[in-house]
Design a protein around this ligand. Structure first.
Ligand code: ASP
Length: 410
């Protein structure tokens, strides 16, 4: 990232052709394109398999009873709150405004089409004709080949609900989809090995073309995500812990310290899982049967930090390209950011890949992912920490809801 930044700035200031993309940058550009194409390639299989498996898992979980319902409710409410917080902040801070050069770069390949804010349309037109009726596919294979994400999501949700309701007869399909999901996850890890080269190229090309504009805009974007994560991590979740969990947030953060630092340094809720479990059980005193259910499930589906980041990033790119996002679009982004967070695997950069779901659904240029990919790692470290913190708070809150006595280590 830094190498791309420094070389990009040098080319921008010392090469006359920088704005039209100098030959230096042209040599490097393919690396970025390969990386982005690999990410795009994974979007459709990822939507299909992760959303299917989320429904199948939740169906399974809900059949487990009361504890499961409370856990899912806590996860849903906190993830939605994070996503809304992200939306509010990005609308207030508007990090993507006043970025004409980035706009030119992103809209090069496609004419800016507004998602729903065409003039002269009523809310009914927008909600029913432009959104709802477009969501039901007439031919799922056409939707798959065209990458119409909302249609794929709709079909997958309905399909998954019915397959899950078949009970043991649906099992072969569920096993198959589980294998597909695992294969796609492994592919993401493989693509991520290429990330340093891709990111180097993407940053270099961006900075060559836009100079310091890119740097200040990206800093504003990072600041917005960071402030959101801080508010959620330091205010919202501690308040929930205090009110509903009746637990002192300061003491709890001490108990969780090693889990949080592991999450921060690995950018992976899955990697932090063993430490999180140990902290929740041994330090905070959450009963084993609750911790063993709530925490591993949370590591895979409960991602508050990721949901917040997804909604900020989507609106940020919309601001850069100048889309006028109406309330409907914001609601769609909210729903999809929440879904994309549930669908993201607990591995580094998973949220960046599922971002494609949100972008495709509201017709944002996928090249936008290239912009945010460059600065993803530090944000991933922070959002993973918030994800794990959310799971841990969940373990306490659910324990209280279950009427359990906690026996924290002093
Ligand atoms: N790295 C995150 C996690 O493991 C997921 C993401 O990329 O947002 O929780």
């Amino acid at each position: 990232m830094f190498l791309g930044l420094i070389l990009g700035l040098l080319i921008h200031f010392f090469d006359d052709q920088a704005n039209t993309l100098s030959h230096y940058a042209l040599y490097v550009k393919p690396l970025g394109v390969i990386f982005l194409n690999l990410l795009k390639m994974l979007i459709v299989p990822l939507v299909f398999s992760t959303i299917f498996m989320s429904v199948a898992n939740i169906g399974n979980i809900l059949s487990l009873g009361r504890l499961a319902k409370k856990t899912v409710l806590y996860y849903f409410v906190t993830t939605a709150m994070a996503s809304i917080l992200g939306l509010i902040l990005v609308n207030i801070m508007q990090p993507g405004l006043h970025a004409p050069q980035l706009k030119a770069m992103l809209t090069q390949s496609m004419p800016p089409t507004l998602v729903s804010a065409q003039e002269g349309k009523t809310l009914f037109d927008i909600l029913i004709y432009d959104t709802f009726l477009q969501v039901i596919p007439t031919n799922i294979f056409t939707s798959l080949t065209e990458g119409s994400v909302l249609q794929i999501i709709f079909f997958t949700l309905v399909f998954a609900i019915f397959v899950t309701s078949l009970g043991s007869k649906g099992k072969p399909i569920i096993d198959f989809m589980k294998a597909v999901e695992q294969a796609v996850m492994t592919m993401i890890l493989w693509v991520m090995k290429f990330a340093p080269y891709g990111i180097f190229a993407l940053i270099l090309v961006m900075v060559t073309q836009t100079g310091t504009e890119a740097i200040s805009v990206m800093l504003r974007y990072m600041l917005t995500v960071t402030i959101g994560l801080f508010i959620h991590g330091f205010i919202v979740l501690p308040l929930i812990l205090w009110f509903f969990g009746k637990y002192n947030p300061f003491i709890f953060s001490k108990h969780m310290l090693s889990a949080l630092t592991t999450a921060f340094s690995t950018s992976s809720s899955a990697a932090a899982l063993p430490v999180t479990l140990e902290c929740v059980k041994d330090n905070a005193g959450v009963p084993e049967h609750i911790a063993d259910f709530v925490v591993p499930l949370g590591a895979t589906v409960n991602m508050d930090g990721t949901a917040l980041y997804e909604s900020v990033a989507a609106i940020f790119i919309a601001q850069i390209v100048g889309y006028q996002l109406g309330l409907t679009d914001q609601v769609i982004i909210f729903i999809l950011a929440t879904l994309a967070a549930v669908g993201a695997a607990a591995i580094p950069s998973a949220g960046l890949v599922t971002m494609g779901i949100v972008f495709k659904a509201v017709k944002l240029p996928l090249e936008g992912i290239g912009l945010i990919a460059g600065v993803d790692r530090p944000l991933d470290m922070m959002r993973t920490t918030v994800n794990v913190w959310g799971d841990a708070v969940g373990a306490i809150v659910v324990s209280r809801f279950e009427g359990e006595k906690l026996k924290p280590k002093l």
